[in-house]
Design a protein around this ligand. Structure first.
Ligand code: SAH
Length: 349
């Protein structure tokens, strides 16, 4: 029988579980602290728990951890890319970015992805499975331990579509922002989605203070469909409406991510159409020079084109920034480190 994953439990569930094993209620709080504050990896490290109960716990339950397999450190800006392995042998990647305002970790939410965005490396081999809450949060714990510093910001922008793993994502958010745990403020968490409208609305109804980032990448439905198969399911206007709804429900300004692909979505007309699309919205547009992957022939827009695109949006009164490229010297784009690892194992070059 598979052992119980107690790192995915919230305090309430853990308390019930500990009582069901015959221990007192207050033990749950101690164990929760060992897991979510001290980040221990084995029951033996819980020094205020009796030997007998530790034996019982070890027989019934496990502390799910991700295991560091490889780290690439950028010589330019200290960005670190981690390759972690999971209990079932799958691998995922996470990134640490060091900013003046603190350490930010970008985590994966799934093993692979089934959304099929044309420019993205994470989706090339499809979806294997969603990550458990424990596997999501442990990426942050392991990186915190590795650098010996506090993590202040988290973005769910690594491999996977977080809203395609909705229940586990919500539990992860609960654990991450719990004051009895690592206690990261909801305001310091961003969840990025390709635009799964029903779950965007469900998330809005939770009225959390997290930032929603929408991967827009096109200014009209036709272009969006050519870049993102998910657009076949949800029209661009439905997606924008869901973003407006998110703002109405939460008061949080939505971020639009727009990866600029040379000659595809970076023209003057695109900028004009994009301005119209988001006119009057309380939003922020993040322009990302597309990171070319070898499996596709998309190219980056050149620097002048990017600047002109930004200027045009600014002239139309839109908040816009160009994403600073971090870790340019290490396998850049989402999913490239994992993909390289898998291909190497398969003997593909
Ligand atoms: N599935 C979620 C989160 C993961 S992708 C989403 O779609 O938002 C995180 C962001 O990186 C998305 O905006 C995605 O479109 C973008 N992205 C993926 N591959 C990229 C590449 N090669 N170059 C630039 N941006 C990329």
């Amino acid at each position: 029988m598979e052992k119980t994953d107690i790192k995915s439990m919230n305090m309430e569930e853990l308390t019930e579980y500990i009582i069901s094993l015959g221990e007192k209620k207050f033990r749950a709080k101690q164990i929760y602290g060992w897991i979510h504050v001290k980040h221990v990896e084995s029951f033996e490290e819980m020094t205020n728990i009796s030997k007998k109960f530790i034996e019982k716990l070890s027989a019934e339950a496990k502390i799910v951890c991700v295991k560091k397999e490889e780290v690439q450190i950028s010589k330019i800006d200290g960005t670190r890319k981690y390759l972690f392995s999971l209990d079932d042998g799958n691998v995922i990647e996470s990134v640490l970015m060091k900013y003046k305002h603190g350490n930010s970790v970008c985590i994966s939410s799934q093993v692979g992805c089934r959304m099929g965005c044309r420019f993205c490396a994470s989706t090339l081999d499809g979806l294997v499975r969603g990550l458990r809450p424990s596997e999501m949060i442990d990426q942050i714990y392991q990186i915190g331990k590795d650098i010996g510093e506090r993590i202040s910001n988290v973005v769910v922008m690594g491999t996977g579509e977080p809203l395609d793993n909705y229940d586990n994502l919500l539990r992860f958010i609960e654990l991450l922002t719990d004051e009895n745990g690592i206690n990261i403020s909801q305001r310091n968490l961003t969840v990025s989605t390709c635009g799964l409208v029903p779950n965007m609305r469900r998330l809005a109804d939770k009225k959390l203070s997290i930032t929603l980032a929408l991967s827009l990448h096109a200014s009209n439905q036709k272009k969006r469909m050519s870049l993102m198969p998910v657009a076949n399911s949800y029209d661009i206007h439905e997606v924008i409406d869901a973003c407006r709804y998110y703002f109405e429900q939460t008061g949080r300004r939505v971020t639009f991510e727009y990866s600029l692909v040379g000659g595809v979505n970076d023209t003057d007309e695109d900028a004009a159409e994009l301005s119209q699309l988001v006119a009057g919205m309380n939003c922020h547009i993040n322009l990302i020079p597309v990171n070319p992957i070898k499996e596709r022939d998309y190219v980056q827009s050149n620097a002048e084109v990017i600047k002109a695109f930004k200027n045009k949006l600014e002239k139309n009164g839109i908040n816009v920034t160009i994403r600073r490229e971090m870790g340019r010297d290490i396998d850049g784009a989402c999913g490239q480190l994992r993909k390289k690892h898998i291909d190497k194992e398969k003997g593909i070059d």
